[in-house]
Design a protein around this ligand. Structure first.
Ligand code: NAD
Length: 297
């Protein structure tokens, strides 16, 4: 299949990175979000990230400008997907929201258009069942930050066709990524393994076994992880971690996946990590320095 026009739905942490990578590789991208301010912020973020690539001589100033000119924005799903060969949905991790979005995409996207979701954990089979083209629905799970991370976890729903899987595998390679195909069970592979580790780190803090920096240092220096689990949770977004753990908990019916009460409290209090300015650490806009949140001292 020949994919040229890509619509990305959701211009948050992941959506702006996905739009960036497709645009940099020559695709025409329509970035869609219900929130116009979020679209402006996303374009500004892509610009800043491209500036960093220019400064490191990874791309030229001309390539930066071409990349930016490959992206347009839209606040309407119906309008923004009507010429798409591929739609990549990267909206908030919420099942009913995603089912509603996929019904809208299915009604407006051309026949033959592939519908992908960047969901971290929600069943691709369930999302596909909300459409009239389940064989064209697939998981295309990019990692954060998208321009840097090599992996794309490809999730085959129950009805996903082999042709669609092969197209998405080849497309991921064209983006300079390494695709890895897995089957559709709660959390797939990446989050089925990562989230219990993050939850256990939060439990260790909650139970007073160690402080934020100690937990992260043990995992960084002891296990050679580039980032500790609490800092990683802040980067992913604590609301996203909470939602994924809920999907694992409900999907497997096993109490070991229940989100730690401290994580539940932090999400309720709006402490969502980097995107809200505070999680386990405090992040000051424009500063690289981060310090442990007062809440745990
Ligand atoms: P985010 O909260 O940063 O952004 C979500 C965006 O979706 C927001 O801009 C919001 O305005 C938009 N949105 C909400 N409802 C919408 C609608 N009806 N139509 C269009 N846009 C809508 O979330 P995120 O961290 O970018 O996560 C997006 C998806 O990517 C989720 O499914 C998440 O599980 C997945 N994911 C996240 C990460 C991560 O590290 N954050 C990594 C991999 C996958």
């Amino acid at each position: 299949m020949n994919i040229k026009n890509v619509s990305v739905i959701g211009a948050g942490t992941m959506g702006n990175g996905i739009a960036h990578v497709f645009a940099q590789n020559g695709f025409s991208v329509t970035l869609i979000d219900v929130n116009a301010t979020q679209l402006e912020k996303a374009i500004a973020t892509i610009g800043k990230n491209l500036d960093r690539q220019v400064a490191k001589a990874v791309i030229t100033e001309d390539q930066k400008n071409t990349t930016l000119s490959n992206i347009i924005t839209n606040t309407s799903i119906a309008d923004g997907v009507k010429k798409a060969d591929l739609v990549v949905e990267a909206a908030t991790e919420n099942t009913s929201l995603k089912l509603d979005i996929f019904k809208q995409i299915d009604a407006a996207a051309p026949e033959g258009c592939i519908l992908a979701s960047n969901t971290s954990s929600i069943s691709i089979t369930k999302i596909a069942a909300a459409t009239n083209r389940p064989s064209s629905v697939i998981g295309m799970h990019f990692m954060n930050p998208v321009p840097v991370m090599k992996l794309v976890e490809i999730i085959n729903g129950y009805a996903t066709s082999k042709q669609v899987t092969n197209t998405i595998i080849e497309l991921s390679k064209q983006l300079g990524k390494t695709p890895c195909a897995v089957n559709d069970y709660p959390g797939f592979i990446a989050n089925r393994i990562l989230m219990p580790m993050i939850n256990e780190a939060i439990y260790s803090l909650f139970e007073g076994v160690a402080g934020v920096e100690e937990i992260d240092t043990v995992m960084k220096l002891g296990m050679a992880h580039p980032m500790g689990p609490l800092q990683l949770a802040d980067f992913i977004g604590l609301d996203v971690c909470y939602s994924i753990l809920k999907v694992l908990h409900e999907g497997f019916g096993n109490p070991k996946y229940a989100p730690c009460p401290l994580l539940c409290n932090m999400v309720t209090a709006g402490k969502l990590g980097v995107k809200s300015g505070e999680g386990f650490y405090v992040y000051t806009a424009g500063s690289k320095e981060i310090k442990v949140s007062e809440g745990f001292l």
